[in-house]
Write a protein that binds this ligand. Structure first.
Ligand code: URP
Ligand code: ZN
Ligand code: ZN
Ligand code: ZN
Length: 510
């Protein structure tokens, strides 16, 4: 390969930028502030063959190494998005972003891994897994899978075991909403929780009361409210609070850890706060739409604009956003996802006459890192180390892939971003990398910019240009019994011994 002095740019920009194809993959990131969840230091980072091999000051290398100057910038673990739906067949259509272009969008925004939800095919986990394996073949960044459980029988129970022991899945999502589609009842939820616990898999819930949502939808239709605002009105935060509380109590009854996805309201957040205060292991995941937006969007007089904000649970009224931010800053909520589930205007128009037919979902996979920086760090609510924790490290810990992911440490995967806090970002559908023609964060701008993304040791985003290769992303298997399970057995033993304590009774005699 050519050496850096022949490049037009002052700093080495990697062989690919010069059109030289390369499998050699040595990169030195010089002079940046390396940030991990546990601390920050000025250091160089040396990457070889997809792995971080050294993190220390003044690393000297030969001229076969691509050198990136990060002076004055933050060098951080690439983002991990715990919640996405790429190539998701839902509500009669399929999301526009697939495992290649959705991931490319992620990389342009500094996210280097995501965990997507495998949806069973007619209840079959095996068929669902195979379908998602196919969808993910073209991946250009690393990914993992959660799996949804949509029915219950002996086969599903056995398949859960196979998924955990052979397929690298350590989390299952239960939908308490979407009646008639993905929704399950409390009996199934309890069976699922018990099975999760026995396998060391993390139970996740979509917490809205689906029966009550159904009732709320009928109420709106009877009132003649057919537009996108009917979506929000039909499923108030009360119903999110109820389902969150129910899932928490049932997980507590089984004594298994619980992960509440897309926490959108104060109601749900307060339930999580209360449970955690009592010592229960509950993780709460807000998503960037819930943190960055208020619910006014669905009231827009333009249908296309209003419909793009339709997601479940709904984006709540102003006030919920600030409360979720505060909860994130104080550790009541632990990590940020996106629920990236992108539909274009034509697809959203399936519900032009009836909000119940608007495909549910918003974007975020490309915007998360910038918006969380802006909302949480620029605003002064959290430190840069906490930023790394909530966008990357905590996700890696919860899903048991730390420190391979979520850290800049020798031996970790080379998933790295160079972030310039003095630059700025701007979001618009005109230039985003999603295939959708709309963006719920349209027009947002703020300080800070992901200037370089390195994924699996390759420079994939630099100078506002993507260099992505289909098939270069790897499936990341996630082992069971994450840290959330530590000590669960001891609590169980204590509970059992308390039950077996002999009760002394006097025989009643005449
Ligand atoms: O509206 C949403 N959230 N769509 C994606 C499916 C889900 O519930 O996560
Ligand atoms: Zn060059
Ligand atoms: Zn959901
Ligand atoms: Zn989702």
């Amino acid at each position: 390969t050519e050496s850096n002095q022949f490049c037009d740019a002052g700093i080495g920009h990697g062989e690919s930028a010069c059109g030289v194809s390369s499998s050699s993959s040595k990169i030195l990131i010089k002079g940046g502030t390396v940030v991990n969840a546990h601390g920050e230091e000025v250091a160089d980072v040396y990457v070889k063959d997809g792995i971080i091999v050294a993190v220390k000051p003044n690393i000297k290398v030969g001229d076969d190494v691509t050198v990136l100057d990060a002076t004055g910038k933050f060098v951080m673990p690439g983002g991990i998005d715990p919640h996405t739906h790429l190539s998701f067949e839902f509500m009669g259509t399929e999301t526009v972003d697939d495992f290649f272009n959705g991931q490319a969008a992620a990389l342009a925004g500094g996210t280097t891994m995501h965990i997507d939800f495998v949806i069973p095919v007619s209840g079959s986990l095996t068929a669902g897994f195979e379908a998602y394996e196919k969808k993910a073949k073209k991946s250009c960044m690393d990914y993992g899978f959660h799996m949804a459980i949509t029915k219950w029988d002996e086969v599903v129970s056995k398949e859960m075991e196979i998924m955990v022991k052979e397929k690298g899945i350590n989390s299952f999502k239960f939908f308490l909403a979407y009646k008639g589609a993905l929704m399950i009842n409390d009996e199934l939820l309890l069976e699922g929780f018990k099975k999760c616990k026995s396998l060391g898999a993390l139970a996740m819930v979509h917490a809205e009361n689906g029966d009550a949502v159904y009732e709320g939808q009928k109420r709106m239709i009877e009132l003649g409210i057919f537009g996108p605002e009917g979506h929000a009105l039909s499923r108030p935060s009360l119903l999110e609070g109820e389902a969150t509380a129910r899932a928490i109590r049932l997980a507590g009854f089984v004594n298994t850890p619980l992960y509440v996805v897309h926490v959108m309201s104060i109601d749900a957040m307060e339930e999580i706060a209360t449970a955690r205060r009592k010592g229960q292991r509950v993780i709460g995941e807000p998503v960037v739409s819930g943190l960055a937006l208020d619910g006014s969007g669905v009231w827009d007089p333009d249908f296309v604009t209003a419909a793009k904000f339709v997601m479940s649970p709904p984006i709540r009224a102003s006030g919920h956003d600030k409360a979720l931010q505060a909860a994130l800053s104080t550790g009541i909520l632990q990590l940020v996802g996106t629920d990236h589930c992108s539909f274009n205007s034509t697809q959203k128009a399936l519900g032009i006459d009836d909000f119940r037919n608007i495909p549910n979902g918003v974007n975020g996979i490309e915007e998360r890192m910038h918006l969380v920086w802006d909302i949480m760090v620029e605003s002064g609510q959290i430190s840069v180390t906490d930023y790394v924790r909530i966008t990357s490290t905590e996700c890696a810990r919860i899903f048991n892939i730390y420190p391979r992911k979520g850290a800049i440490l020798p031996g970790s995967d080379a998933d790295i971003i160079i972030f310039n806090p003095n630059s700025s970002f701007e979001i618009t559908a005109k230039s985003h990398h999603s295939r959708s023609d709309t963006n719920v964060f349209e027009g947002r701008r703020g300080k800070g910019k992901v200037e370089v993304t390195i994924a699996g040791g390759r420079i994939v985003w630099e100078n506002d240009e993507l260099k992505v290769v289909p098939g270069s992303g790897k499936y990341v298997e996630m082992p069971p019994f994450t840290y959330l399970f530590n000590g669960i057995d001891k609590a169980d033993a204590e509970y059992l011994s308390s039950l077996r304590a002999p009760v002394k009774r006097f025989k009643s005699t005449d």
